[in-house]
Write a protein that binds this ligand. Structure first.
Ligand code: 13P
Length: 254
């Protein structure tokens, strides 16, 4: 997969069925004529995936993703959804390693490596999240923290498989807090991540990797983030729950 401009909406655990339908349709109505080279991905709770995938089927600029998948292929894992199941109802992407899942569901580097494996085997593109907590940034250890997340969950991959990944840098202190990273902080970390990828996989793959920023991204700050040379787009939480805001962010990513 080559590097692309991209805006991804992570609805998290919001929107009952009808609300989800309205939001997905409103986004589509505003973006169906949108012919710029920006990939827009909506990641709703899994119950919405099939319906939204069928609504978006005729619009190649719009896709659907999941927010998680099991690290197992199938079997006696009550309550879990496999990558194969998500792909079978139309998901094309899956967010993996979101900090909320690492914190509340104790996801480990190893488990995430297995989830990445499941996703790739089932032709889902992982959107792999990394990012440091506030104390690591205060101690100026953010790069070492992110490096470990990436190395331990991703660097076992062969180059051909690594190319299928999208990386999302989401500093934990910026998620849902209104405290966005400055464009300089985002650029610095994105450049570091690209350099890290280059050191393992070479310059071509690093240059072709899509790296998104997430953390209080909104219409008022999207443009300055997107102006940074290593910021390819955004992973949007709260603002993706409001069609107008989400579309405004997409329109700034041209
Ligand atoms: P907010 O945009 O609400 O800060 O959330 C970011 C996020 O966690 C996206 O995955």
């Amino acid at each position: 997969m080559s590097r692309q401009k991209m805006v991804v909406g992570n609805w998290k655990m919001n929107k009952v069925y009808v609300e989800g339908l309205v939001l997905a349709n409103t986004v589509m109505a505003q973006l169906q004529q949108f012919r710029e080279d920006v990939k827009v991905v909506v990641c709703p709770p899994s119950i919405h995936i099939q319906t939204i995938a069928s609504i978006y089927r005729d619009y190649p600029q719009l896709s659907v993703g999941a927010q998680n998948c099991s690290h197992h292929a199938s079997g006696a894992y009550t309550g879990e959804l496999s990558a194969a199941m998500l792909a079978s109802v139309g998901a094309e992407y899956v967010i993996l390693g979101h900090s909320e899942r690492r914190t509340h569901f104790n996801e480990t580097h190893q488990e995430l490596a297995e989830k990445v494996e499941q996703a790739l085997q089932n032709k889902l593109s992982p959107i792999f999240c990394c990012g440091e907590p506030f104390d690591k940034r205060e101690a100026n250890q953010q790069e070492a923290f992110v490096q470990q997340q990436i190395e331990e969950s991703l660097f076992h991959l062969a180059p051909k498989r690594f190319e299928q990944l999208i990386i999302a840098y989401e500093p934990i202190w910026a998620i849902g807090t209104g405290m966005t990273a400055t464009p300089e902080q985002a650029q610095e970390m994105h450049a570091f991540i690209r350099q890290l990828i280059a050191s393992k996989y070479g310059d071509d793959i690093a240059e072709n990797t899509t790296i998104l920023y997430g953390g209080s991204c909104k219409p008022s700050n999207a443009a300055e983030l997107f102006a940074q040379k290593d910021v390819d787009g955004a992973l949007v939480g709260g603002a993706s729950l409001h069609a107008e805001d989400f579309v405004q962010i997409v329109l700034q990513r041209v």
